[in-house]
Unconditional design. Structure first.
Length: 199
């Protein structure tokens, strides 16, 4: 199994094998095989992830002209000891320490390998959490539903408070009916009318 490597150790190993490099987009470096037929991309990071090392050792890349341009790229984020590997099918592997720059890092890898600049709207980032991604998505949806219900309930309570006041109930009586404090009733009334109400 391939392990992570110190960037400088990997760069020295590539040079020993006659590889040459050029700067790519972002923190990527493009390395060329001495035969001129293969290339790979290495992320300039203190520790290079196993996926990036593996791409360099085991998966020779065709020159950029051989990659078909697409409008949306699927990027798979996979956790490793020092952050996340970003795998783009048919393009290569890069890495980030945290997820927030993952889509931009994928764009930089595409620009480096394919020669086409894309923005983050064209990156479909799939985060592999070993099955927890579905639970995270469910929790996010439930949180959004709860927020929608909270807003609906807040509108409803302001509306009924206003109607009770219009029906002639005092703030004290409305508080008793709704089971809330007089201050809360005053707040509901102020929110619904833009003014303050007294008992």
């Amino acid at each position: 199994m391939v392990s992570s490597m110190n960037y400088w150790d990997l760069a020295r190993a590539l040079r020993r094998h006659g590889c040459t490099s050029r700067t790519g987009m972002g923190d990527h470096e493009v390395w060329y095989c001495p035969c001129g037929q293969h290339m790979t991309v290495v992320t300039r990071a203190h520790v290079v992830s196993p996926g990036v090392v593996s791409a360099g050792e085991d998966s020779p890349r065709m020159p950029a002209e051989g990659v078909v341009e697409v409008t949306t790229y699927k990027a798979h984020a996979r956790r490793w000891d020092h952050g996340w590997e970003i795998h783009l099918n048919g393009i290569g592997v890069t890495q980030v320490r945290t997820l927030d720059p993952a889509s931009q890092q994928a764009c930089d890898l595409i620009a480096t390998m394919v020669g086409t600049e894309v923005d983050t709207d064209h990156i479909d980032l799939v985060i592999d959490l070993g099955g927890l991604e579905a639970r995270a998505q469910d929790a996010l949806e439930l949180t959004q539903e709860a927020e929608n219900l909270r807003q609906c309930a807040a509108r409803g309570i302001r509306e009924v408070t206003s109607k009770l006041r219009q029906a002639g109930l005092s703030v004290t009586d409305i508080a008793f009916v709704l089971g809330v404090s007089r201050g809360r009733v005053s707040q509901y009334l102020a929110d619904s009318t833009g003014g303050s109400q007294r008992a």
